[in-house]
Ligand binder design. Structure first.
Ligand code: AQP
Length: 329
């Protein structure tokens, strides 16, 4: 039976963090390892230009992001992994799709509203049309599935609308991509108030040492009921439990902290120490592989180049069809 194709991207806007890992990367690895899916994964450097960025470090950041994805388990024998700008057809298709996407539709995107807040008219047009480039990323490969966190669902709905419009005007061309939403839809930041986000400074990076993670975890906000050690709490009202423990700790540890929290049998620090230990079990080997791969950048570059070559061939076939259907060639 033919494998199902998924496409997903990640922005090199900062160090990849555990929100990216639990919400996206970990699922990508599971999907490709399941043998049911074929995966195309992309470090979307053109997307990273939609917010202020340093041109001196963008390329390096893209390579670091790709290295981290490899450290998490994406590899040449399992999936394609490339950097968006290596495949120029992405921006070409984005232009075509821009011409059939409405200003009203893009104005309703909550991510645009959040990122352009208080900026008046000083907002890059690229930020406004970001969802169209995202649609092009997916459609270029005619991917049927897109594993995403909750924050990207609205963009994917727009991509589906773009597909319906394109297909009805120019003839059946693209499938409507379906979201694959995992359990960790929205990992909150250490502040417990906003989504963990590279640009918010509320992250735990995948490459961070256990010491550095502990410095962030120890003061992290827990259930407000636990003002004193003797106050019982409710784990489901605690960000540390709901955003991190739940995903990193085994069932017996979760049962232990649930009971200990509700009865004030354990304090928040003890609970966090157990979490830190479980996080290290999962993140330690990733960090180690990341450091090893950084010593061999040629391995990463060879994988990226080989994938990009294959992706250019697929992308060119799609653009050949698109150019002919829209009437330019
Ligand atoms: N906090 C999160 N919880 C669950 N999933 C998340 N993702 C990101 N943050 C969380 C998922 O990670 C994938 C890649 O995200 P991205 O880098 O392309 O863009 P983003 O969602 O905008 O990530 P950041 O960290 O918030 O970046 P900045 O600050 O640059 O905007 C996506 O599938 C996303 O859902």
């Amino acid at each position: 039976m033919a494998k199902k194709l998924f496409f997903s991207g990640i922005q090199p806007t900062g160090e990849l963090h555990i929100g990216n890992y639990l919400g996206a990367i970990q699922r990508w690895v599971k999907l490709v390892d399941s043998g049911e899916y074929e995966g195309i994964m992309c470090v979307v450097d053109y997307h990273a230009m939609t917010v202020p960025y340093e041109q001196a470090t963008l390329k390096q950041r893209s390579l670091e992001a790709a290295t981290m994805l490899m450290a998490c388990g994406i590899s040449a024998d399992k999936a394609l992994l490339f950097i968006q700008s290596y495949v120029p057809q992405h921006t070409e298709l984005a232009w075509v799709l821009n011409c059939s996407c409405m200003i009203g539709e893009l104005s309703r995107m909550t991510q645009f509203k959040d990122k352009s807040k208080d900026k008046g008219e000083s907002v890059a047009v690229g930020l406004f049309t970001y969802p169209v480039l995202m649609a092009a990323d997916i459609l270029l490969y005619k991917a049927a599935y897109v594993p995403v966190g909750e924050d990207q669902i609205q963009h994917l709905e727009l991509a589906r609308e773009i597909v319906r419009r394109f297909n009805s005007r120019f003839g059946e061309t693209f499938p409507e991509p379906q979201p694959l939403i995992g359990e960790a839809k929205r990992i909150m930041g250490l502040d417990g108030e906003s989504k963990m986000s590279k640009s918010m400074g509320n992250t735990i990076a995948l490459s961070e040492s256990p010491e550095s993670i502990w410095k962030k975890l120890a003061p992290a906000k827990t259930d407000e009921r636990r003002k004193k050690r003797s106050d019982p709490g409710v784990p489901t009202d605690c960000n540390v439990y709901m955003s991190y423990h739940r995903y990193f700790s085994p069932a017996e540890d979760l049962a232990y902290v649930d009971k200990g929290c509700r009865s004030a049998g354990i304090g928040c620090l003890e609970c966090k120490k157990l979490l830190a230990k479980n996080m290290e079990k999962e993140l330690g080997p990733i960090r180690k592989r990341y450091e090893d791969l950084r010593q061999h950048p040629q391995k990463v570059e060879a994988y990226l180049n080989e994938s990009a070559e294959k992706c250019r061939a697929i992308a060119e076939a799609t653009m050949h069809e698109v150019r002919s259907k829209i009437g330019v060639r």
